[in-house]
Write a protein that binds this ligand. Structure first.
Ligand code: TA6
Length: 304
């Protein structure tokens, strides 16, 4: 079927619907919480869920396979509060690399749905956020930021698009801060980063070059792999996931491990054992987008 906007009937058969987080995640609310609006794509290809707050992908479950993303059972789905897990969109600042709120401000902002499309072998939704009075109070630039979430057979394809709609050049860092669900972190093997230079955020920003053919995990890990562009493969003993990216300059790999994990109020005591963040990022150095120009970054998760 050619690429096209869906009619209401086609949306229904493509399994695209809106709901409230209270229906999907009843345990992640206090009794008085109103819940957050969520978009669900659920059809023969599998399932993905996207919160309108932050265009935050909550779930990716290919047909016949387990859930690929990890959501903390202690996160609260509350207006204006970052969600722990899934795929936070971090923009226009990665982590604490500047004076903005950590990981920028779009992860707590409401986004609007601008497109819903489907074909025989895909279904997608596009969400948009842009500058407003609240963002101008923090950051002077005018921008449009779009995330397209496309479900295909065994694959989730995320494309982040930035337009500079202002009169001045803007510089940004950011990430798709993907929390992958793993069986047990001690059994995880991640390949594709050998020979890549990194900055070790868990070690005062010390620089090094990755010598291991396969990364394994035995303690806190928080590394920015600079200029990493090869596809990655993650194996946790229970399954395998391919991870590819484009446009993003770096890969960030993060697990807080037990001590730092215990300091995070929205992580359960053993939460750190069940997750690994493999992030498509612009974190080594900011990128600049001139007035009227655009930038695109993509991360693809491919289940075997
Ligand atoms: O991407 C890694 C990182 O910057 C870590 O240093 C860690 O702080 C993590 O993100 C989570 O950040 P958050 O603000 O969501 O707790």
């Amino acid at each position: 079927m050619p690429d096209q906007a869906c009619t209401a009937q086609q949306l229904l058969s493509a399994g695209i619907r809106t709901t409230n987080s209270r229906q999907l995640y009843p345990t992640l609310h206090q009794p008085a919480d109103a819940g957050l609006p969520m978009l669900v794509i659920e059809n023969a290809l599998g399932k993905t869920v996207v919160a309108l707050q932050g265009a935050h992908v909550m779930s990716f479950q290919p047909a016949g396979q387990p859930e690929m993303l990890w959501i903390s059972p202690k996160t609260l789905l509350l207006d204006g509060t970052p969600i722990r897990g899934g795929i936070p969109v971090c923009f226009p600042q990665f982590s604490s690399q500047g004076g903005l709120p950590k990981h920028g401000f779009v992860r707590c902002k409401p986004w609007q749905v601008t497109a819903q499309r489907c074909g025989d072998d895909y279904a997608l939704v596009t969400l948009l956020t842009e500058d407003d009075a609240a963002t101008h109070a923090l950051w002077s630039h005018s921008f449009e930021l779009e995330l397209t979430v496309m479900l295909e057979a065994d694959t989730l394809d995320l494309e982040l698009g930035l337009s500079n709609t202002g009169e001045e050049a803007l510089s940004f860092t950011g990430a798709l801060h993907t929390y992958l669900q793993v069986d047990a972190i001690e059994n995880v093997r991640l390949s594709g980063l050998c020979g890549t230079n990194y900055r070790d955020s868990a070690n005062g920003g010390r620089e090094g070059r990755e010598a291991a053919e396969i990364l394994t995990f035995a303690g806190e890990t928080d590394r920015i792999f600079l200029g990493a562009s090869r596809p990655l493969s993650l194996n946790d003993g229970a399954g395998q996931l391919g991870i590819a990216q484009d446009g993003f300059t770096d890969v960030v790999v993060w697990n807080p491990w037990a001590d730092k994990g215990a300091a995070l109020a929205d992580l359960p005591p053993d939460g750190w054992r069940r997750m690994l963040c493999v992030e498509a990022a612009v974190a080594g150095a900011p990128l600049t987008v001139r007035p009227g120009e655009e930038w695109y970054g993509r991360q693809k998760l491919m289940a075997d």
